[in-house]
Design a protein around this ligand. Structure first.
Ligand SMILES: Cc1cc2nc3c(=O)[nH]c(=O)nc-3n(C[C@H](O)[C@H](O)[C@H](O)COP(=O)(O)O)c2cc1C
Length: 351
């Protein structure tokens, strides 16, 4: 089996170099009704919002990407510096490696920056028995939280990735109970990793102490695609085929958001968010904030300034969309008129 730190380095390389998104941009299907006479001053637009009790300067999170190998120190440091500078939230990648002593500093580096909302990360599959591997206990989740001073811990539901990768952790039985137990002791949210959350799953976690959901839907990074490239490198024909078959498996992100929005929990909309208009669309469709991973990944491997430039572009596009919809603040943007076209509309008509 490939060591976890090599796998994580592989993920970054593949996501930067290869085509890892299905191609259809679902967020582009959300089109705003242009307001030709907005009657607001762009300089007065208030983009701030509150998420999990923390104030963000605009409604964006850089969602979980990495940690657990040497190269991740710089990546997480670049992202953390940018998120602190721009006043937005940040998640780290799965902390299992760090808790097992693999480059813990690649996670704890985030503590050197004043990031307004810090989100830890643990995989749901690690909370239940998997082929007698060590399980993640509540105490270890506490250690993961302390490692980065997290405000909330995200439990990722990544069974698509687990099922297409060799020796993946495919026992999903008991995860809900394990999440319920954790939520008694720690602030917990759940997130997908690119296949989306349905209304049924949102309802299942609603009553068990979970404080929010990142839908992380289909249309952006596909872990099936990531595993496809790894399988090709390993000349594993079965896994290569599975990676191809499940490349675009999942619920498109805006559809997932629409499906979950009645659940009453704060929703983060991620999966294929690439620009500020996509962020605006997610707010208009009921999200509390949007999330990006792939959109800033290449920049994160370069420098903090490159991430700052990319996130500033997204912020300025969001502000422009707010002006052009006559939205002086995020609550007004949440009510901005829009239409839904294309495949997204076809999905939504059948929910
Ligand atoms: C290189 C890479 C590594 C990731 N690792 C994790 C992880 O460890 N834990 C997690 O919850 N999500 C992980 N994700 C998923 C992202 O947080 C996000 O949900 C997903 O990529 C969809 O967003 P995007 O389309 O903007 O990339 C990772 C994404 C990328 C690109």
């Amino acid at each position: 089996m490939i060591p976890i730190n090599e796998r994580k380095a592989d993920h970054i390389r593949i996501c930067v170099e290869e085509r890892i998104a299905p191609g259809y941009c679902y967020w582009d299907d959300i089109r705003f009704i242009h307001n030709a006479l907005p009657e607001i001053n762009a300089d007065d637009i208030d983009m701030s919002c509150t998420l999990f009790g923390k104030k963000l300067d605009f409604p964006l999170i850089v969602t979980a990407i990495t940690g657990g190998f040497e190269g991740a120190v710089k990546i997480n440091s670049n992202i953390a510096e940018a998120c602190a500078e721009l006043g937005i939230g940040m998640g780290v990648g799965s902390e299992r490696a760090g808790i097992n002593g693999l480059s813990p500093e690649s996670y704890s580096i985030i503590k050197e920056f004043d990031v307004p909302l810090v989100i830890g990360n643990v995989g749901a599959p690690q909370l239940v028995n998997q082929h007698s591997k060590d399980m993640f206990t509540s105490e270890m989740v506490g250690q993961a939280k302390d490692l980065i001073d997290a405000d909330i811990m995200a439990i990722h539901l990544n069974f698509l990735q687990e099922v297409v990768q060799p020796e993946g952790d495919t026992n999903a039985q008991g995860c809900r109970d394990a999440i319920r137990e954790l939520a008694r002791e720690h602030p917990i949210m759940i997130k997908e990793t690119g296949a989306g959350i349905s209304k049924d799953v949102a309802e299942k976690v609603k009553g068990i102490g979970v404080r929010g959901i990142d839908v992380a839907g289909m249309g952006g990074t596909s872990f099936s695609a990531v595993e496809l490239y790894r399988a090709m490198d390993a000349e594993d024909s079965i896994r290569t085929s599975m990676g191809e078959t499940f490349f675009d498996w999942g619920i498109p992100s805006p559809v997932s958001l629409a499906d979950c929005r009645g659940c009453g929990l704060p929703l983060i909309a991620s999966g294929g968010v690439l620009d500020g208009v996509h962020v605006a669309a997610s707010i208009a469709m009921g999200a509390s904030a949007a999330g990006v991973a792939k959109a800033i990944l290449k920049e994160a491997t370069e420098s903090a300034q490159a991430v700052i430039d990319k996130l500033t572009t997204i912020r300025e596009e969001l502000k422009a969309a707010m002006l052009l919809t006559g939205s002086a603040n995020i609550s007004q943007l949440a009510k901005a008129r829009h239409v839904i076209l294309g495949e997204t509309r076809q999905w939504m008509e059948q929910l």
